[in-house]
Ligand binder design. Sequence first.
Ligand code: PLP
Length: 464
Amino acid sequence: MTPEEFRKYGHQAIDWAADYLEHPERYPVLPAVKPGELTDALPARGPEQGEAMEAILADFERLIVPATTHWNHPGFMAYFGISASPPGVLGEIFAAALNVNGMLWKSSPSVVELEQVTLGWLRQWTGLPEDWFGCIYDTASTSTMHALAAAREFADADCRTKGARPGMVVYTSEQAHSSVEKGAMALGIGQDNVRKIAVDDAFRMRPEALAAAIESDRALGLRPCCVTATVGTTSTTSVDPVAAIAEICRRYGIWLHVDAAYAGSAAVAPEFRWAFEGCEHADSMTTNPHKWLMTPVDCSVFYTRHPEALRRAFSLVPEYLRTAGDPRAVNLMDYGVPLGRRFRALKLWFVMRSFGREGLAAAIREHVRLAQELARWVDADERFERTAPAPFSVVCFRYKGTDEENRAIQERVNASGEIFISGTVLQGRFTLRLAIGNRATTEATVRRAWELICGAARGGAAGA
Ligand code: PLP
């Protein structure tokens, strides 16, 4: 590709992206494809000779886009909504063009220093302690696994050389994300050594049950090493009582990790700070700007007050990567499994500067307002019942009927192509779950979603 061609197709690509982001609703939110259909439509072997960009772009539109779930669609209300905000997309373009690998300060000072600066800003915006160290990983699952590794290192300094000792135990709630268990599996702690602590009727970890579990494990000679509390659980966005949990962790000398993958972004708005009470006593915390902070996937922020524990767990410097030890020249490879790393801070910096804290807070505030509006409509309709409190922008509710009827409602709504909602099981019953988190979603979208849900509940085809 010549520089002129790159310029030409680059302009076309930006035009496409601008049109797409202006009207993502032109596409059905869920693609009408069957498993394997895209694979079958693509050649089984890659081309021997390079192909014309026109052909590649045409196939992108003809084959790839129709097989895509449109997370940018205003009606995307499943899982947690995310947003490819234009400033974030521009940041991604520059990161791809620079194509640097930020393993060491020397391998690209901009990656390392911008990461420290943006995470310093975010720490201030979300009210976290000034002395916490931050770094960016790909996902919250990776962040949490690193928290568990640091916690284990903290509990057993020989772990690095001698390997994992048996008897390490991790605690989290019944409502925690599966990544806590997965992290324990990956580190050889083992699923059987993850205690899923009972929750109260608002789906929050019960501190007294946590303390009892720790006591009973200690009596058996086991080694409690980490508690993972969640601010904004995946199913209901419930908020564990972090302050009480932190007190228990302090009493027993256990590392406290806070998983705020979704809700952490809400701390940029002062009225949601209540949810983070006690987080200042945590040993580590994760939040995903790629969930609710307008930053394109992937970008998960990890903070810890003990960066030395992470370094002890992960720093291993081969001769070819040795550099002079200037304390301001942070080598990010020392803080985790990956050696190489993308320039993820660039898109976050674009987003933070373009929106400002107030712009981001306003977007989050509006999503919460829309969710609270929906919660009121549900409460006012006697055919439905809410199945969990809605502290943020997710509403869990069900039609007062059978699980099958609720699953049928979800299927009918999702078949509309206009709205995509997910479901979960709470207290043994299937429940509908509507999450608001995309910048394109408006009050009209939420009204339409409710209309489709009510239509589906009447048994007719959604939208009929
Ligand atoms: N933690 C919580 C509370 C989540 O809701 C999720 C995903 O939704 C995760 C962790 C995992 O996120 P990731 O995909 O970044 O690993």
